[in-house]
Design a protein around this ligand. Structure first.
Ligand SMILES: [Zn+2]
Length: 511
């Protein structure tokens, strides 16, 4: 007898969709049966009744308990992972970013690994390097041995997280040697510093001027520079939070030349424009890069719909309004970043639905009046960016696909159901949402994580700290051996080691 069967769902993978029953045993997918076959016996049967059943979301870009300067994000792993599950995300990837000179990349990652033991969902980790010294290569080797196969570097934030070009080049070289991936926050620091100083001198440095201090050119200039470094070193590169069509097109062009480059965007860049800085609460929208012009947002949505953008991540950074309002008079003193791990699915699904419709009709859809289309192409594209590509690019085994052997992580939803965002009813460690009041489609109705039903019509069922630390594979190792992402292969050694070192195996979880 199976543990769980999701009966008669429209089972959607990035590659296609079909009506089927999904059979779960020991936290994994045991079988997919055609919907015309009888529903097998199970401890629990959930009738999906034709609703979409998609792989649990993989959010490749979350900042949990992040300390930056004098601010710390307000959530921990228990809160972030709970909010993630509410929002249909069953795997989060956090960063071990050194908080200052006193913390090494390895220490930063180890600290996060310790905190992650409270997670309700599975967790993977990116490393981060701020400055080069002779110990960095050995530290990167140790990170790789821990299953941390990517390193994030910032091209801006001088004096805090910024890495200089020498460091970026050397780390890229190391990541090639260690078969890892380089993550880049691309904004041109010198131009931003210059532009910000001019604004300060003109007394235009409050939050309402944020977007003016970081023009689109500064993002694109940095992407261009980093792509040249990636070409020089041969390093695969992943650009976080691309906010302009120009930045995305640079990645597209680089790929056409044979570079291995990836483009990520975030929900807020698809549904909010720089008009928010003239709104009543501009501090809700303090993030870098800032929101862009309406025209840019519209063009970015086109890139989202046509597949030029590869992943959608939240860049979840949970500050509250007390922190946000302390220094709205000076953007240099404010904490930047938006809460979003819980709202990633509905915002991204709504934006994609609208962008699909726009690309077919040529008519712009007013934000908030989502056109829902439960057609297969839309659902498959959504799954690719929300779950499959983040798992594949980050080489996280067992995730992002509904197939036998993969982890039993699912979301059931009805693409036609609309809800209004009410910040006070969300579960993140903050008191606002930049999407408050928006009408969105694509809300999870049932969420299953590692075979356990955590959200259903009865509400949320806290599974306790059962999340596992997921050891990642090598980047090229994964790309060149597609079988390694097909978890019908035996449980991968890295995953076993990680489950052993950090977490009880999910199979040992109390039922
Ligand atoms: Zn970030």
């Amino acid at each position: 007898m199976a543990d769980l069967v999701i009966a008669d769902g429209l089972v959607v993978n990035a590659s296609g969709a079909r009506r089927a029953h999904v059979v779960v045993e020991n936290g994994r997918i045991a079988a997919i049966l055609d919907a015309t076959e009888p529903v097998p016996a199970a401890d629990r049967v959930i009738n999906a009744d034709g609703r979409a059943v998609i792989p649990g979301g993989v959010d490749g870009h979350c900042h949990v308990a992040q300390v930056t300067g004098r601010y710390r994000t307000l959530d921990d792993f228990a809160i972030t992972s709970t909010a993630a599950l509410w929002g249909g995300t069953t795997t989060i990837v956090d960063f071990g970013i050194p908080r200052d000179d006193s913390e090494t990349p390895l220490q930063a990652a180890r600290n996060k690994l310790a905190l992650a033991k409270e997670s309700r969902c599975d967790v993977a980790l990116h490393g981060s390097v701020v400055s080069w010294d002779d110990t960095v290569p050995a530290q990167l080797e140790e990170l790789a041995a821990l299953g941390i196969r990517s390193v994030k570097m910032y091209m801006t934030n001088r004096g805090s997280t910024m890495a200089d070009n020498d460091t970026v080049l050397k780390v890229m070289k190391e990541m090639v040697r260690l078969d890892g991936l380089t993550y880049i926050h691309a904004e041109h620091d010198a131009m931003i510093v210059h532009c910000t100083r001019e604004h300060a001198e003109a007394d235009r440095i409050g939050i309402e001027h944020l977007h003016e201090t970081r023009p689109e050119l500064t993002e694109e200039a940095s992407v261009r520079e980093v792509l040249a470094m990636a070409e020089y070193t041969g390093a695969p590169v992943y650009f976080v939070h691309q906010s302009t069509p120009g930045a995305v097109d640079l990645v597209t062009d680089a790929r056409a030349r044979g570079l291995d480059a990836h483009s990520e965007t975030c929900p807020h860049y698809l549904v909010l424009d720089d008009g928010v800085y003239a709104s009543r609460f501009p501090e809700w929208f303090a993030c870098c890069p800032p929101m862009r012009s309406r025209k840019t947002v519209s063009a970015l949505r086109g890139r989202f719909a046509d597949g030029s953008i590869h992943t959608i991540s939240s860049d979840h950074s949970c500050y509250d309004l007390t922190q946000k309002r302390e220094r709205t008079d000076d953007i240099r003193q404010m904490p930047h970043g938006l809460p979003g791990v819980e709202t990633r699915m509905p915002v991204a699904f709504t934006a994609l639905s609208e962008a699909f419709l726009e690309s077919r009709t040529g008519v712009e859809t007013a934000p908030g009046t989502a056109a829902t289309m439960d057609n297969e192409a839309l659902l498959c594209r959504f799954v690719e960016m929300f779950s499959t590509a983040p798992a594949r690019i980050n080489a996280i085994p067992g995730k992002g696909v509904i197939a036998p052997g993969y982890d039993a992580d699912f979301v059931i939803f009805d693409p036609g159901e609309a809800r209004t965002v009410v910040a006070s009813s969300l579960h993140m460690g903050t008191d606002f949402s930049p999407f408050d009041g928006k009408v969105l489609h694509g809300w999870p109705q049932v969420v299953v994580a590692a075979g356990t039903v955590v959200l259903d019509e009865a509400g949320f069922h806290d599974p306790g700290p059962v999340g596992r630390f997921l050891s990642r594979l090598g980047y090229r190792e994964t790309a060149t051996h597609p079988g390694t992402m097909d978890a019908s292969a035996p449980l991968l050694p890295g995953l076993q080691a990680a489950a052993h070192s950090a977490r009880p195996n999910v199979g040992a979880k109390a039922k």
